[in-house]
Every structure is written in structure tokens, then in C-alpha cells.
Design a protein around this ligand. Sequence first.
Ligand code: ATP
Length: 292
Amino acid sequence: MVNTLTIFIKAPAKINLTLDVLNKRPDGYHEVEMIMTTIDLSDRIGLSEISENEIRINSQNRYVPDDQRNLAYQAAKVLKEKYDIKQGVTITIDKAIPVAAGLAGGSSDAAATLRGLNKLWGLGLSLDELAKIGAEIGSDVAFCVYGGTAMAKGRGEKITHLSAPPNCWVILAKPLIGVSTADVYRNLDLSSVRHPNSQAMINAINGGDYHSVCKEIGNVLESVTLKMHPEVQHIKEQMERFGADAVLMSGSGPTVFGLVQYDSRLQRIYNGLRGFCDQVFAVRMLGDRFSE
Ligand code: ATP
């Protein structure tokens, strides 16, 4: 029997503390400004050397594509072609992050695959180099390569690192629907949205000011998704009613998250949401960036 080397890497989800769309560019992409942070809800990626010179995807989750549509597959393919790697790999994706949820699960899987294959194939690339490659795969991949907390601009690829937000609980609830990011952007009317104040959020984070972080969270896509999917509105209202300090939809949705400081209140909100929502998670923010 041949021993094959397998390495395991964590691929954490992100939430948007802010998401602003500044304009639509001539190339059709939206110019965004987002402050994101990684949370302790992670997929586990296994990378195994195989003798065949191909990329295989292995996942038990029926919503995860097992071919070139998978962002982790695309990450392996880009590295393989760019660095002329003649070796094959099986990518096993153990999914904990809900799919099509606004939590960047696919992007984080791709980013973890880049970090992991960099090690497995001995490429010696820096995180900056991996983030540049990641940006070709998807707009959230560059951020996910670093993790931690950052502002992302442009299409999401221009990253400015920030310090960790004040420590608190993040409670997440996802209704059963999936949301198409393209549909949400199509229905976005930039003349009628309330833009979040990114600088005020950065000041709140830098000052370690939890109450200001709660005050400044905002997402221009939220009102669009709420109109399309009333169940998201319902979750938002319930989370507010049960006592979260701040409540917002992440990305293009449909996941809604609440920030909570005290354990006692967390339990109450969790129990309340579990009464009518299947997918509820209570996690911490991760704070630190990945190291080189
Ligand atoms: P974002 O927050 O970056 O917009 P998301 O969390 O809304 O992303 P994903 O979970 O990344 O969405 O999934 C969006 C689509 O991408 C899925 O419908 C799925 O078909 C496809 N996909 C490709 N690769 C993956 C992957 N590794 N895991 C999950 N979905 C993937």
C-alpha cells in the first residue's frame, strides 16, 4: 500500500460588518467597499497527493459542485498551470459553512486550497502573491487568503488590513432559501440606498468601541434581498426582538447575523431562533490573520 500525504486546512466563513457599492463600472463590475472579518465557522479542506495528474473534488454536500465549477478546483488549476505542476490532487471539502449564504464559503475553500497547495507543492509563495492569484478566481478570494479583518475595495481585491474588532459573539441564522448574488445586484438601485460609513466603522474598530461597531454596521444589499425574500426580514426582526446588540444581513444574503456581548443573552437568542430556523450558529470572531 502506498502512503499518500494529506494536509488539512481550515477555511473560515466571513461576515460583512459593512458592504457598500459605490458605482457600476464600465466593465460591468460593481465598485465595492466592504469591511469583513472571519468567524469561527469553518469548512475543513483535505489535500491529498494522488498518482494521476488530475484534480478531483470530493464532498458529501450535494450543493457543492464536484467539477471545474468548484472554486477550490479553480484554485488548484490556476496554481497547476502557472507553476507547471505535474502532480495530481484530491480536494476533500468537509462543509460546515452553509452554501450560497453570503458567508463566502466557496471563496474561502478556494483560498484555503491556495494556502495548502502552496505548502504541499513547495511553491514558497507569499500571502500577497496568493491573494493576487485568488483575485482572478473570485472577488472574495483575496480577502479569504489573509483572513482576519480588512477593508476590501475595487472588485474586492484591494485589501487594507485592520485590527480585530472588539470581542463578541456572532449569532448566525440562515433560512432555507439560497440567494443569487447576480439577482440581488440586478435589483440594486444605487439612487435609493443608505450607504454605510466605512471610515466610521474603521474608527470604531481602531478604538475598540463595541457600541460604535454595532451602530455603524450596514449593507446596501440588505434592503434588496429583504424585498425579494420576506423570510430574511422575519429573521432580522426576531433577532432584534430577542435582544441582539446589532443585526445585519451578510453579503447578498440570506444569512443574517447578530452581534451579542453577553453569554446569557446569547443563549436566549439562540433558543428563540432555533424555534423556527434550522441553521443557527453561535461563534466567535477569529481576529487574527493567517501567518505566512
Ligand atoms: P459570497 O459571500 O462570496 O457571495 P456565498 O457564500 O454567497 O458567496 P458560496 O457558498 O460560495 O456563496 O456558493 C455560491 C455558489 O458557488 C454555490 O451555489 C455553488 O454552486 C458554487 N460553489 C463553487 N465552489 C463551491 C464551494 N467550494 N463550496 C460551496 N459552493 C461552491
